[in-house]
Design a protein around this ligand. Sequence first.
Ligand SMILES: *[C@@H]1O[C@H](CO)[C@@H](O)[C@H](O)[C@H]1NC(C)=O
Ligand SMILES: *[C@@H]1O[C@H](CO)[C@@H](O)[C@H](O)[C@H]1NC(C)=O
Ligand SMILES: *[C@@H]1O[C@H](CO)[C@@H](O)[C@H](O)[C@H]1NC(C)=O
Ligand SMILES: *[C@@H]1O[C@H](CO)[C@@H](O)[C@H](O)[C@H]1NC(C)=O
Ligand SMILES: *[C@@H]1O[C@H](CO)[C@@H](O)[C@H](O)[C@H]1NC(C)=O
Ligand SMILES: *[C@@H]1O[C@H](CO)[C@@H](O)[C@H](O)[C@H]1NC(C)=O
Ligand SMILES: *[C@@H]1O[C@H](CO)[C@@H](O)[C@H](O)[C@H]1NC(C)=O
Ligand SMILES: *[C@@H]1O[C@H](CO)[C@@H](O)[C@H](O)[C@H]1NC(C)=O
Ligand SMILES: *[C@@H]1O[C@H](CO)[C@@H](O)[C@H](O)[C@H]1NC(C)=O
Ligand SMILES: *[C@@H]1O[C@H](CO)[C@@H](O)[C@H](O)[C@H]1NC(C)=O
Ligand SMILES: *[C@@H]1O[C@H](CO)[C@@H](O)[C@H](O)[C@H]1NC(C)=O
Ligand SMILES: *[C@@H]1O[C@H](CO)[C@@H](O)[C@H](O)[C@H]1NC(C)=O
Ligand SMILES: [Cu+2]
Length: 608
Amino acid sequence: MFIFLPIVLLLLQQVSGAFIRTAELVRIDNNHARRQASTTTKTTTTTTTRSATTTLKADSQCTNGPVTRQCWENGFSIATNYDSTWPNTGNTVKYTLEITNTTLAPDGVPRTVYAINGQYPGPTIVANWGDTLQITVKNSLTTNGTSMHWHGVRQWHSNEMDGTNGITECPLAPGHSRTYTFLCTQFGTTWYHSHYSSQYSDGVVGSIIINGPATSNYDIDLGTFPMTDWFYTPVFTLDPLLQSGALPLGPPPANNILINGTNVNLNGTAGKYSRTILTKGKKYRLRLINTSTNDNFQVGLDGHNFTVITADFVPIVPFTTQWLYIGIGQRYDVIINANEPIDSYWFHVVPQAGCSNNQVSNALAIFSYVGASSSTPSNSTRSNAPPAPDCSDPNKNLVPYVKLNVPSNYTIPQSSDLDVGFAIVQNTAQQTLFQWNLNFTSIQVPWGKPTLQYVLDNNSSYPPAMNLISLPNANAWSYWVIQAVATIAPPQPHPIHLHGHDFYVLGADSGIYNDSQTLNYVNPPRRDVAMLPAGGYLVIAFITDNPGAWLMHCHIAFHIGLGLGAQFLEEPDYIRSTLPIGQDWQQECTDWNKYYATALYKESDSGL
Ligand SMILES: *[C@@H]1O[C@H](CO)[C@@H](O)[C@H](O)[C@H]1NC(C)=O
Ligand SMILES: *[C@@H]1O[C@H](CO)[C@@H](O)[C@H](O)[C@H]1NC(C)=O
Ligand SMILES: *[C@@H]1O[C@H](CO)[C@@H](O)[C@H](O)[C@H]1NC(C)=O
Ligand SMILES: *[C@@H]1O[C@H](CO)[C@@H](O)[C@H](O)[C@H]1NC(C)=O
Ligand SMILES: *[C@@H]1O[C@H](CO)[C@@H](O)[C@H](O)[C@H]1NC(C)=O
Ligand SMILES: *[C@@H]1O[C@H](CO)[C@@H](O)[C@H](O)[C@H]1NC(C)=O
Ligand SMILES: *[C@@H]1O[C@H](CO)[C@@H](O)[C@H](O)[C@H]1NC(C)=O
Ligand SMILES: *[C@@H]1O[C@H](CO)[C@@H](O)[C@H](O)[C@H]1NC(C)=O
Ligand SMILES: *[C@@H]1O[C@H](CO)[C@@H](O)[C@H](O)[C@H]1NC(C)=O
Ligand SMILES: *[C@@H]1O[C@H](CO)[C@@H](O)[C@H](O)[C@H]1NC(C)=O
Ligand SMILES: *[C@@H]1O[C@H](CO)[C@@H](O)[C@H](O)[C@H]1NC(C)=O
Ligand SMILES: *[C@@H]1O[C@H](CO)[C@@H](O)[C@H](O)[C@H]1NC(C)=O
Ligand SMILES: [Cu+2]
């Protein structure tokens, strides 16, 4: 089957040490979707505000425990709207993460890994709601920069800590360190990863837990359970092949899936299954995270259902399901009730045919009850039918616990359309380049002069390839229609991630959005990654309440590498006058530009 999982885009061609915009790009394939649909103006008079939580009372009497998970402390609880209020404990939790170039064998097969503190995945960072995290990152690689992004962390009034090179900082040069300091205004589960091209796919990734209240009770927190596809060939090696069209059918299938950092290899000759022990009668919280590069899966545990209590950071009204689809970057915290016969059970990660091609094989992990006669599941415990293929978010089940509405007295203008396209272009050297684009531009960020430098310079002459969308007004609602258009690349879903906000998901469906489709303005799902359905649209909204330059991008590493992203710049005047961007930040750029002048490897994709 013909599949395209393209990659990179060199909108810029490197000529004598500098990037210049290629003059002769030939656009072979791109359409503007909504202009082909007739438009009907929808007006409603419903008015809503975002202060819908005023009737919810945090209970200051109650402390957090196995049967009072809704409680927290000091008047904060699961009813608190963390977008508007949060504790500040005054505690600072410190970590050091050193990235090294090493060889590891997570599934028994050795490969080059850029490890964190010698391990893959990196250490799990744990803090409490309201703590300050102070994380020092040391780049001990020799031929790559790095920058560390704390996925989904709102970074309220701390945009310079977002770790997005070319936007909020220069990359950290080899041999250098920087410290990221930020307040945990949210709670729940997330991950951190390098934003330096596709470096996270080669190892620079770890989990984050911010303890807080929950919408359902449980006895034991099992911690995070990251799942990822795994390539034996470094993704830094695959990238240029995809960019040049040397792999016209897209990336090769991944060689394996790692579950909680491990697995047996596909022929079962090396490695080991991830194993988790359960005690009968207990309820467990498991924090599922999809840290993939490319693949689509659903997950399920034989004989057990999941009670889902969060979507990304956002607490939701619990719902129960056997199978769960998790897009790249997404998290679901689930509760497993260990109340089935004492035995061992398979945990399945099932790649989804139909969502993308070149699938890796099914993967397994083992959950065993204490006292089970065998630590290997007998297949008789298998009770789950395989899932129906699905590649979309369960949006109707994602009902935020703290109810917030979106104003519906607004017609989304065509200028809010951001089309997702694919193109094959040629540069001046007649080289073919595959690229993804958002609103007709393949993003390419200047590592050595990030957006925040422009803001500090009061210079609004942004190169077009920065794909910057200006949102100068504070506290305004902003609505966007992200629309997949017909391309020569077969339709496929894209996990769309926005930095700096939990956005509101007003609608997502197949086809072309045309203003007469129903959108959900009443307590819609909020999260930081949502699936753009294959060949469809995703309508989101957020409030410009966080001054900063915030990247929005597809989280498939191959797609953002090839340009599927844009950035929103909120309130530049506030950034310049108020954010504490100082000497250290400038020094990182000075060090980077010095390193880069003679660097062996240059920026050859979006840089993100
Ligand atoms: C809008 O899209 C829907 C669903 O595709 C379609 O049924 C309807 O006819 C379209 N309306 C207009 C005005 O184009
Ligand atoms: C990792 O080490 C190899 C072998 O020494 C070297 O070729 C490569 O450039 C190093 N990569 C990084 C990112 O430091
Ligand atoms: C990072 O280093 C690897 C070699 O280890 C190289 O293949 C890759 O191109 C480098 N990437 C960048 C963006 O510097
Ligand atoms: C099993 O897979 C590993 C990794 O791909 C490979 O090196 C090995 O030769 C395979 N062994 C067999 C028996 O197929
Ligand atoms: C995941 O792996 C870590 C490190 O090996 C282990 O401590 C943890 O218990 C595992 N988590 C689960 C849910 O099995
Ligand atoms: C991770 O996300 C990708 C892309 O959306 C998806 O294909 C894959 O199934 C997800 N993995 C899991 C474990 O859900
Ligand atoms: C899981 O949910 C399904 C569907 O709601 C239900 O039929 C089944 O009994 C549940 N299984 C368990 C073990 O609770
Ligand atoms: C049991 O099921 C697993 C997972 O589907 C499969 O890999 C294994 O071959 C099965 N074992 C037997 C004995 O059928
Ligand atoms: C929508 O309603 C709100 C609340 O009444 C009002 O402040 C706002 O101006 C209205 N917006 C538009 C576009 O009419
Ligand atoms: C920033 O530049 C604009 C024009 O480009 C100018 O109007 C404004 O006064 C400048 N602000 C500062 C603080 O220099
Ligand atoms: C603004 O940025 C552009 C592009 O980097 C640069 O050429 C120009 O010199 C800058 N202007 C000022 C006043 O810094
Ligand atoms: C989208 O691109 C068009 C054409 O380049 C541009 O005019 C428009 O301003 C862009 N949209 C946004 C929201 O920036
Ligand atoms: Cu994508």
